[in-house]
Design a protein around this ligand. Structure first.
Ligand code: SAH
Length: 394
């Protein structure tokens, strides 16, 4: 295949010798001819040497490189990439019959497929495109997925209405690309939950907290747990299995509270240790008592852009300060940030300020991150986004 060539400015080839997958618009010297958004293009350096092949789009990231080898970006290419991703998840024991059938199959750059996310819920794949190129490739991707996963897959749902750059005016429709609803109860480490990929946030469930929920389970015995920003209740049902005395789940969305209650009922029918409240986090933390000795704070991304970084850090500080103020002596705090633009250091600094404000003695027990099915491409450190601290509050 002959792809439109894009030539880099002198010196701009350096980052690609280290396999960084993004070509910024400022690095481009000239276009052979103007590509359309979503086209596959070929990048060459100013001397005419081949650099890589990727998807073109308008914006500060102009090309997302998919391959540093000269190869066609076609069905065979996607099959090869998906195969590697699938094999990796299988080889680390993540895909495990009825015990665990929930995992991320493709994590963008982490799986050398910039612009693409695929989560698997039992027999359903939820595909999310973050670039016009992946949007146009969706049917090829669906075909590749079917061939790679075979009978393990019964349906593919495409959900990109909110993830594509709106300026591209692609007007994507959320739709099944293959099959139809193949049942929406999935299992994570032996716990069941309903996934609502049609209406839920992201692909329907926050797959990225699995290992952290599992760690929480170990610390839950006989504790009174507050799961703040519970969404579908992930941390709550792990705490219950871990033997918590009581579990209170809080989220400002009434829909999320309904989902949490459904999921708790699915795993622990009639168990009255659990209660859920649809309330704003700050309001709840202000008015709650001091009964909790295990608190989880897993808020939505406070900063989506660098510009609002300072406000976000203030937000993390205030939120954590409230938890430090109220948590019982000997309590454990699981606190997270999923904002990509907030660094590990910045997040730790915000939590440090909050601790200092409370004047309590605080120890870091664990430093948490995203799980193995959300791998970070070593050449693309930007892929690291989830940060967590487990703290012992004296
Ligand atoms: N911990 C969850 C994921 C949290 S996502 C899990 O393991 O699956 C963030 C959640 O925060 C969303 O459900 C959103 O509805 C909720 N939220 C956003 N702003 C809030 C606020 N001010 N108070 C309470 N909840 C809020």
């Amino acid at each position: 295949m002959k792809y439109i060539k894009i030539t880099l400015k002198p010196g701009k080839e350096e980052s690609f010798k280290r396999f960084h997958p993004w070509v910024f618009s400022g690095a481009i010297d000239r276009f052979e001819r103007q590509p359309e958004e979503g086209d596959v293009v070929e990048i060459i350096d100013w001397k005419g040497n081949f650099v890589g092949t990727g998807h073109y789009q308008i914006g500060s990231i102009a090309v997302r490189i998919l391959s540093f080898m000269k190869e066609n970006i076609d069905l065979e290419f996607y099959k090869k990439r998906l195969n590697v991703a699938y094999r990796m998840r299988r080889s680390i024991g993540l895909i495990n019959g009825d015990y665990n059938n929930t995992y991320r199959l493709v994590h963008g750059e982490g799986d050398n497929l910039s612009g693409l996310i695929i989560d698997i819920y039992d027999k359903t794949a939820v595909v999310q495109a973050h670039s016009p190129g992946m949007h146009y490739a969706r049917h090829t991707l669906a075909q590749a997925l079917k061939e790679v996963m075979g009978d393990a897959l019964q349906s593919i749902y495409y959900k990109s209405e909110t993830t594509l750059p709106y300026k591209a005016e692609l007007d994507p429709e959320n739709e099944y690309l293959f099959g139809e609803n193949a049942g929406n109860i999935a299992t994570e480490y032996g716990l069941k939950f309903h996934v609502d990929w049609l209406r839920g946030q992201k692909t329907g469930f926050f797959v990225d907290q699995r290992e952290n929920r599992s760690l929480l389970e170990k610390y839950s015995k006989d504790r009174s747990v507050l799961n703040m920003f519970c969404y579908t209740g992930g941390f709550s049902f792990y705490a219950m299995r871990g033997g918590a005395k009581l579990v209170h789940s809080v989220d400002s969305s009434a829909k999320a509270i309904d989902l949490t209650c459904e999921n708790v009922e699915l795993n622990f029918p009639g168990d009255n240790r659990h209660q859920a409240f649809a309330e704003d986090a700050f309001k709840y933390l202000d008015t709650m008592g001091d009964q909790y000795d295990l608190i989880i704070l897993d808020p939505p991304a406070f900063a989506k852009h660098k510009k609002v970084l300072n406000n976000a850090l203030q937000g993390y500080r205030k939120l954590n300060a409230k938890a430090f103020e109220k948590i019982k002596p000997g309590g454990i705090l699981f606190t997270f940030s999923c904002s990509q633009v907030v660094s590990k250091e910045n997040f730790r600094l915000a939590v440090f300020s909050a601790a200092a404000q409370s004047g309590r003695s605080v120890r870091i027990l664990h430093q948490l991150t995203q799980p193995a099915d959300h791998p970070v491409n070593i050449y693309h450190p930007e892929g690291e986004y989830l940060k967590g601290l487990v703290l012992y509050v004296e």
